[in-house]
Design a protein around this ligand. Structure first.
Ligand code: ADP
Ligand code: MG
Length: 670
């Protein structure tokens, strides 16, 4: 049901608040679970410490006086509790003056020491009627907890009789789960901690069951029996091409390449993920696979998430496959129309062997004569959807995905149920991890002298901001203001800007200028995350580091780890939230991409990492892939059962709910 529905009687202001939280319908409201709970423990006075949150019942022994200061007010009264008189102050509740002598009231507030309490709220219900547990929702600036709570209450009351169970009856009974309506009631309005536990058990199971059902459905829609033309190529030619590289493949690269070549020679379509840390050398594996594809008489496509990266790939592919006779071209929006036309023609006539570009390559009007392999870089931005679209066009290709947010093997096999996975665990020798420092101040000051030194040595610097200009979300540092400020500070140097809203010609020229050291300080959004390969840029500053995911930051700092020179990364944050700081500390402590993405999974859930959010596979809001292994294993088995018996009407609800998500998906993000 839409939020605007009359029966909900939500005010436009409330609807707007919900929209800002990314909620668009009643399902969205009900699955906006609290991220934590305040549990009221009525503790004896002896245990109260200054600044503690306290809850207690007292009796008014001195009625209230109110002072008004303009629109604000403060009200003070006294209550007896714990055999003593407490002086209570409450702000902006002038009606507290109506409290009468000897009235019993319940007070929530902060203990200020010396028998003084600043009340946050009070009411006259007896203590036994108070919910001991208060949900706390994640909100944005300007949205109050009360508002979210009120909306959830309103929605729940209105639709509670229409909430259907998604989990099939037999599993509800087998695992003694709750009805959905009951679970939602307990997660949003718990009367004690055990309500939350019980509700979470059911809702987690449902989340995982939907996830694995989606994975199974996708796998099945490919029908295991699908057959492609097996590829035949001379393995020695591949070895020769590898031998011409300026380095020797690491063991991880060689193993991954073997897996890929084996899949390609088989009549079963390949769907393989090659994962490994930033800089482990996945590109060359793809390049050699594309070469094998070419030798077998097929065309290949290499997809990149951004144009910047596509250009980078074009260069390295041409380098790797120089003097093999392979024709490699680039197609992206920056290509002039006439040239584009030729490229399209030559692709469809088969004169071009490998086409490099962004995902529009397999979406647009591009036709191939005989497409045999699609390699997609940074897999997290290309969902299963692309594969479905290609299949729908009747194209039966091999698929090679590359991901730089590697996850431990055991987890990978659980989560990527429908993919084969090769993991490159070895890094080329001689790499120096960047020195990373976490600076607890969102300003340049504390790193200035270090940065100055680096620049004086002729090195270059990246400065990363979360926003492009001032109008953009929150109060993040933005590219333009930062660039202006830095240009004043480093008047002897040239400061450039780079962000996704520039035209590709503009981007191109800035990148070339940076690569040529005509620009020394590049202020940018995360568009540099992948693809920038400027060996002389050895410093990176990230403003508002707390706004980025760990894996993303790890990718970013990979930019200053390109050569043998020591790189430096300064993560700046104004946050003093201990959890946030602890999360960022992970990057200071380790440079191991596996550990980092594991932490990301633990702290944020896999939606971002797997890129599944857009392809309709449900996200885990409550479930935790690193801790809930029991639920994962059970729900995975159950999902397999459900999909292989999908005609059973009892399973219609879960299958429909998953399909609704899959169909509504756009497939990728930009
Ligand atoms: P990623 O896995 O992050 O995509 P790339 O494929 O971009 O990494 O490789 C990073 C750099 O490492 C490139 O400059 C590449 O030429 C180099 N490289 C790749 N494999 C090796 C190797 N076995 N030994 C040394 N350098 C390598
Ligand atoms: Mg790469």
């Amino acid at each position: 049901m839409k939020l605007e529905d009359r029966s909900l009687r939500l005010t436009p202001k409330r609807i707007e608040a919900l929209h800002r939280l990314g909620i668009n319908d009643t399902d969205g409201v009900l699955s906006y679970y609290p991220f934590r709970y305040d549990i009221m423990n009525v503790r004896p006075f002896e245990e109260w410490k200054e600044k503690d949150k306290v809850f207690f019942e007292g009796e008014i022994v001195k009625t209230a006086r109110t002072w008004r200061h303009g629109r604000k007010s403060s009200t003070v009264f006294e209550a007896e509790a714990y055999d003593r008189v407490l002086k209570i102050t409450i702000y902006n509740r002038p009606w507290a003056s109506n409290l009468t002598m000897n009235q019993r009231i319940f007070i929530q507030g902060i203990y200020m020491g010396k028998n003084r309490v600043t009340a946050v709220s009070y009411d006259t219900k007896p203590i036994a009627e108070h919910a001991a547990v208060t949900p706390v929702y994640s909100v944005k600036e300007g949205i109050r907890q009360q508002t979210v709570r009120a909306c959830v209450e309103r929605v729940y009351e209105t639709v509670q009789n229409e909430i259907r169970d998604i989990i099939p009856e037999e599993f509800i009974r087998r695992y003694r789960l709750l009805r959905k309506a009951d679970a939602l009631r307990r997660i949003h309005f718990p009367s004690n901690p055990s309500d939350i536990e019980k509700a979470a058990r059911t809702l987690k199971y449902e989340e995982f069951l939907r996830f694995f059902t989606a994975v199974q459905l996708l796998k099945n829609s490919d029908a295991d029996s699908l057959i492609k033309e097996a590829k035949h190529f001379d393995g020695n030619m591949i070895l020769q091409a590898a031998a011409k590289l300026p380095y020797k493949l690491t063991k991880g690269q060689a193993d991954a390449l073997n897996d890929v070549l084996r899949d390609m020679s088989s009549p079963k379509p390949m769907y393989r993920l090659v994962q490994g840390d930033v800089g482990c050398g996945k590109t060359v594996v793809a390049a050699l696979a594309l070469y094998a594809d070419y030798l077998s008489g097929f065309q290949g496509a290499l997809l990149a998430p951004t144009e910047i990266l596509a250009r980078q790939h074009l260069i390295s592919l041409r380098e790797t496959l120089s003097d093999t006779g392979v024709r490699i071209e680039l197609l992206c929006s920056g290509i002039p129309a006439a040239e584009r036309k030729t490229i399209l023609e030559d692709t469809s006539s088969g004169k071009i062997d490998i086409l490099v570009g962004t995902h529009s390559l397999i979406q647009d009007d591009v036709t191939f004569k005989k497409l045999g392999l699609v390699a997609a870089d940074e897999q997290q931005r290309f969902g299963v959807e692309q594969r479905r679209k290609l299949r729908a066009k009747g194209v039966q290709t091999d698929f090679l995905l590359m991901s730089a947010t590697p996850i431990p093997r055991t987890l990978a096999s659980a989560l990527f149920g429908d993919m084969d996975v090769s993991t490159i665990e070895t890094m080329p020798s001689g790499r120096r991890p960047p020195v990373t420092a976490l600076i607890r101040e969102n300003s340049f000051r504390s790193v200035l002298s270090d940065v100055r030194k680096l620049l004086d040595h002729g090195r270059q610097l990246y400065v990363i901001c979360a926003a492009v200009d001032q109008n953009e979300e929150y109060h993040a540092r933005n590219v333009y203001d930062t660039a202006n400020a830095l240009q004043v500070l480093f008047s002897d140097l040239k400061v450039g800007v780079l962000h996704g809203r520039m035209t590709s010609a503009e981007k191109q020229s800035v990148m070339e200028a940076f690569a040529a050291d005509e620009i020394q300080v590049l202020v940018s959004t995360t568009v540099v995350e992948v693809g920038m390969n400027v060996v002389n840029a050895t410093g990176m500053i990230v403003y508002d580091a707390d706004r980025f995911g760990l894996s993303q930051l790890h990718q970013l700092r990979g930019r200053v780890q390109r050569g043998s020179e020591q790189g430096y990364c300064w993560l700046l944050t104004g946050s003093d939230d201990p959890k946030t700081l602890e999360r960022l500390e992970v990057l200071v402590k380790t440079n191991d991409g596996f550990v980092i993405s594991y932490e990301d999974l633990r702290l944020r859930g896999p939606g971002d990492i797997l890129g599944t959010r857009q392809s309709g596979v449900p996200d885990f809001i409550l479930g935790n892939v690193t801790e809930d292994t029991n639920v994962i294993n059970t729900s995975r088995k159950d999902a397999e059962w459900i999909v292989s018996h999908r005609d059973n009407p009892d399973y219609a609800a879960v299958i429909d709910s998953v399909n609704a998500g899959l169909d509504g998906a756009s497939g990728y993000r930009d």
